[in-house]
Design a protein around this ligand. Structure first.
Ligand SMILES: Cc1cc2nc3c(=O)[nH]c(=O)nc-3n(C[C@H](O)[C@H](O)[C@H](O)COP(=O)(O)OP(=O)(O)OC[C@H]3O[C@@H](n4cnc5c(N)ncnc54)[C@H](O)[C@@H]3O)c2cc1C
Ligand SMILES: *[C@@H]1O[C@H](CO)[C@@H](O)[C@H](O)[C@H]1NC(C)=O
Ligand SMILES: *[C@@H]1O[C@H](CO)[C@@H](O)[C@H](O)[C@H]1NC(C)=O
Length: 507
């Protein structure tokens, strides 16, 4: 089936009709009473949303969050406007994100035209033209059909990726990241996970020159890393260079607060410090386990007992410090692997276009997104003109001769000298350091599990395949389904093989 047919089917309402409708006898039995979700980013709030869908109106859902709802979806205010500093753009085929904004009634942000260029630390080695046809010729001249072949390669991966929506629609879930990937794309997806993007693309016949000139700038802007990231996140990154990307009006984090509200969960402003497992005899004579969640809340140390717990924050150094006690085998506070340190700097000022080695007058410089190659001279990963989270009527992006807000990604904090070189003048700077996404160094041998214990789940394991809003949303739905099926012992809905072939008849 082609991607277009699948798209059409999804849009035609398969979306609504595939829901499992019958209440099984077992579901009339005991339901969980209390569920905890740790973290209120897009993953945790989407988990709350899907857990409510799976377990019905009676279960109490508590969402723990010490910081701002939204997590890595965050905004800062500069002057009169707010700007995204974390997760910024959403792909048109990210169907869960799309469904969230539709359901919550939040509009998409108005789109503005954009223009891309590539900087090698000395000069602009490529500059998009306002004329589509000129771009085609520029690309054909330099890279032959590589560009078109890259789009086809990414589309063939996306085509397989889209299968997950149908599986989830029919209630299927997966017990590990590997099984989830395998269900979508078979061995080819697991191979992508084991290889670097560079290796994968060389294997597909792309030239080193094309990879250095075109692919590296894209992985550098999306993941602040080289083409040595894994092939799967690399493909996600390349899809992120597609057209039709969108964002949420008023800020992407609005989806998180919307999901929290819609799921009728209780937000507990507190930092979880430890989780321990307790067992008690049940009415039926066997033993049941409960999870004790210990946290530092508004009035100090406190704890609560839960039937099910979903961890929706990375269990990695510097991200969360949660100790797990009483578990056998033990659960580590931090899994192996590090999160990548990068800095998002927002500057309100006038760009020094000569910094980019261009002779164009600033008043005619209309490039909005500057990517960079992986060369020694490049102090920055990207530089882009930034629009506010809400575009007021009559807003248009000023040319580079006027002061504007620019967003710079770099691996180190920018020094004052660097800022003075890049900007003729500036009046405010806002720096957000992030432990942004995994430092991808394939092959990643031990991807953390989704299931940490009987009824204790870990959503962010998926980030080792790829970190993106939609990936967290997919993982949230998977974990909610897993939690439901395992509670009700519906093994037939977990880790089924050959779903793609089996479900074909259902369409
Ligand atoms: C600079 C940047 C740019 C990005 N660009 C994009 C993009 O354009 N498109 C895209 O799709 N993705 C992008 N991403 C990735 C995307 O933002 C993340 O994949 C996604 O937001 C992760 O959501 P999450 O809910 O899984 O985790 P998080 O957002 O990290 O949420 C985890 C939450 O848990 C909380 N928490 C931590 N410890 C505890 C504790 N002990 N107890 C209770 N709560 C705790 C944290 O405060 C946090 O709010 C970007 C990320 C960054 C940093
Ligand atoms: C991926 O790599 C791991 C470890 O190097 C190996 O055990 C596994 O078989 C590989 N999987 C695939 C699909 O290549
Ligand atoms: C602008 O950038 C150029 C090239 O890097 C540099 O020589 C010049 O000093 C910069 N201008 C200002 C005002 O800093």
């Amino acid at each position: 089936m082609s991607l277009n047919t699948l798209r059409a089917l999804l849009l035609l309402g398969l979306w609504q009709t595939g829901r499992r409708s019958l209440t099984l006898a077992s579901e009339l039995q005991e339901q969980p009473k209390k569920i905890a979700v740790i973290g209120a980013g897009i993953g945790g709030t989407a988990a709350a949303f899907y857990l409510r869908e799976e377990f019905g109106p009676l279960v109490k859902i508590d969402v723990f969050e010490p910081g701002t709802v939204g997590g890595r979806l965050a905004t800062v205010k500069m002057g009169d406007y707010e700007y995204e500093t974390g997760g910024a753009v959403i792909h048109p085929l990210n169907l869960h994100m799309k469904q969230f904004v539709d359901k919550l009634g939040i509009p998409q942000r108005k789109g503005l035209p954009s223009k891309m260029a590539i900087f090698d630390g000395k000069e602009l080695v490529f500059e998009e033209s306002d004329w589509f046809i000129v771009n085609i010729f520029k690309m054909l001249w330099r890279y032959g059909f590589s560009f078109i072949r890259m789009q086809m390669w990414v589309e063939s991966i996306l085509d397989k990726f889209m299968r997950i929506y149908q599986y989830q629609q029919y209630g299927y879930s997966f017990s590990s990241v590997d099984k989830l990937l395998h269900a979508m794309g078979g061995d080819s997806f697991l191979t992508l996970m084991n290889q670097t993007l560079e290796e994968a693309m060389m294997g597909e016949g792309f030239s080193q020159v094309f990879i250095n000139d075109i692919v590296a700038p894209i992985t550098r802007v999306n993941y602040c890393q080289s083409v040595r990231i894994n092939g799967f996140v690399g493909a996600v990154s390349l899809a992120g260079a597609d057209s039709g990307l969108w964002a949420v009006d008023g800020g992407n984090k609005r989806v998180c607060s919307g999901l929290l509200y819609h799921s009728k969960s209780d937000l507990i402003p507190g930092k979880v410090t430890s989780i321990s497992v307790k067992t008690r005899p049940s009415k039926r004579g066997n033993t049941v386990s409960y999870y004790e969640v210990n946290y530092v809340g508004e009035s100090g140390l406190a704890h609560s007992l839960y039937d099910i717990v979903v961890i929706a924050t990375p269990l990695h150094q510097g991200k969360s410090d949660i100790t797990f006690t009483g578990f056998s085998p033990p659960i580590p506070t931090h899994y192996p692997g590090l999160y990548h340190r990068m800095v998002a700097t927002l500057v309100h000022g006038t760009l020094n276009v000569s910094y980019l080695g261009t002779a164009q007058p600033a008043s005619e410089f209309t490039v909005s997104d500057i990517l960079t190659t992986d060369s020694k001279g490049c102090a920055i990963n990207s530089l882009g003109s930034l629009d506010p989270v809400h575009i007021p009527d009559g807003y248009s992006r000023p040319p580079a001769s006027y002061p504007n807000v620019w967003k710079v990604f770099s691996t180190q904090s920018l020094t004052q000298e660097q800022l003075q070189q890049m900007f003729l003048s500036y009046d405010s700077v806002s720096e957000t350091p992030w432990l942004a996404y995994p430092s991808y160094r394939p092959p990643h041998r031990r991807t953390p599990p989704f299931i940490l214990h009987d009824r204790l789940y870990y959503l962010n394991a998926v980030e080792w395949a790829a970190s993106a809003m939609e990936m967290s949303a997919i993982s949230a739905r998977n974990v909610a389904l897993l939690a439901h099926h395992r509670w009700h012992k519906q093994v037939g809905k977990v880790d089924q093989e050959d779903l793609h072939t089996r479900l074909r008849g259902e369409l």
